[in-house]
Design a binder for this molecule. Sequence first.
Ligand code: FE2
Length: 347
Amino acid sequence: MADGMVLPAIIPAKSSRALWRGPEIAASSDWLFRLSDDAAAEIRSCMAPFKGRDISPDDLTEADFPAPKLAAELAPLSLEISDHGHGFAVLKGVPIDGFEGRDFEIIHWAIGKAVGPVVTQGGSLGYIAHVRDLGNDVSKSYYAQVGGPLPMHKDPIDLAALLCLKAGRSGGTNLLVSAAALHNHLLERRPEILERLYTGYFHSSQPEETGNPAITAERLPLFIQQNGHTFANYLQAPIYRAVESGKVSLSAEEQEALEVFDAEALSEDLTIAIDAEPGDVLFLNNRTVLHSRTHYQDFEALEDRRHLLRVWMNMPAWDRLPPGSFHYAMSEDGKEKIFMPDLLGAG
Ligand SMILES: [Fe+2]
């Protein structure tokens, strides 16, 4: 939103399945799914030609992994992670025993594509991102390759799914918050902060991939309301990187609004805490839910460290978000990447 524009009146997010408070739904099982033995066996059967052969899912096509039972079984989960459900789900019981190396990548790609079209994640990341602490600096790397806690954020895509391979020594809990609940929480307690978040922030962008300027031409709002939905549109790193570039600055009020957002998004009466075990997949709707990670203690050896695989799915049948939403997507020819802020710090 450009400077000087008048903001529309901010209205509360309406009651829906996407509006939830963590403590209230933590005890429910709406979002908990377990893969049947039949579907697990189907995965093992489909994996037989690839097992132990170091084949990348980037080299496979839909026809290489026919898994109708898996697709049918994930249909209710797909509804739960849509804009009309709670926006997240945990799938337990994915068969990982007996597999190694790139086998896990193919299994996770197959699970992702059973829900929606899996897209590449840009930069050096292909269809599969390895979420693991490589000792990188967060300001110069993807979130996927740094350790420690992460602030609440969205991945810049409709859906993300994380397959846990190793849980680390302790900690690393996923904290999720409903965008609609956070929106109303701020509207009640800090309406002036919410107004600032709607006015939005300049973000750094990635000219080499998109042709967009290095700083977004306009401020991008951190909340979006569209067709009765309330979406969050927040990834901290591109905002701060825009400031670090020296091309824009943050006023004290803008800085405060980000800090309030970060803190309130972690409110215990809003978030749900989810610890993943090996074989669990956490599905995230990045429009209606924000996610974060608590601090964790890891093991020293790389092969023992906390390790998750991530896929991103773009859902062309879903309502498209307005231009102020930053989003990574395939163009109509299925090739070109469209993305507003840069990918560093994403996901
Ligand atoms: Fe993320």
